[in-house]
Design a protein around this ligand. Sequence first.
Ligand code: ZN
Length: 409
Amino acid sequence: MNKLFLFVPAFWLSVTICHGQRFKADDIQKHINFLASDDLEGRGTGTLGEIRAANYIAGLFEESGLQPAGTEGSFFQPFQVMVSVEGNPHQLIGRNVVGFLDNGAEKTIVVGAHYDHLGKGFQGSSLSPDSQNKIHNGADDNASGTTGLIELARFISKNDVKEKHNFLFIAFSGEELGLLGSKHFVNNPTVALNKISSMINMDMIGRLQDDKGIVVSGWGTSPVWGKLIPGIAKKQSMRYTIDSSGVGASDHTSFYLKEIPVVQFFTGSHGDYHKTSDDADKINLPGEVKIINLIADLLVQLDAEPSEPVFVAAGNAHSGSTVSNFKVTLGVMPDYSYTGKGLRIDGVTKARPAEKAGMVAGDVLIKLGGKEIGTIYDYMDMLGKYEKGEQVEAVILRGGDTKVMKVIF
Ligand SMILES: [Zn+2]
């Protein structure tokens, strides 16, 4: 995961209530040790290590009594991915792991976490020098969130309560390559999207620092988060900061763009982020137990709400890591999986230059200021050249048509 945050002051809450042993540090350690072991070679999308992680997750979903909800009666939902390795494009198969708790309900709550990571550094986005052919274990990113997913699936399935909702647990592949697994899921859902009540995502929940607490994103995507989370955090004596946007650099974004209320949990970035040193021994186990307890409480209370959460389009996106290098941006969420010419737009942010110019999701930006856009990287290069207030011409493709628009940065 990679992101920029707009922090608001944290709330310090001092009541401590002990929760029996719903989640044990030993279990959490066991999952993280396996997922982040050198054996799995960093779980690069489409690699054998990732397949072995998928088998592990599916095995535990089955043990918890979940039904397979991938394709062809299996827990797996495969999809094709194009990856550039040493400059040459190659096709790989990523696979989401999907398990369903069927309570015979009308609506389903989705819980997700990505389980892929950077593998041996050949798929890009490592921050370690000389990263190729070195294992990136990704203990925090995102063996920690995957572990939360496994444990919450067990808890919800085995708690002897028949909830008012069904639950769909999804371990996403291809996140590090641009949210590809979650995007594939929302475009090929195995539970109809209009039956999905909300989506809870975990990406990097293994490095809790008590003084900083947890970052909760997606707060503005439904009033339900502000209604439920403060009380639960108080009970767990957990500090938190909020980020209202539904658009960020993890898989909740894909659901938000389909107008589903989302919330995402994150313990913050650190010096080992996307490096070969993101290892299991650096995980704060008691901290992670606390976070999983908090999310378990959230699932229980969300299920018990008298009505379904209302979706709110929470506009202020801070999407992606590179935005801070530019004086201007268009306010678009690029489609990282698009391999054609130009920049395909997955979403536009309210009241930003792209929206004001009339761009909509699905448009492909092919020219900006008279210069051709071949790839997303051309677009990023161009942004660096503009100043606030500058006016340029943009050319987009919509359906079969070419449209020219005036963009004011
Ligand atoms: Zn991540």
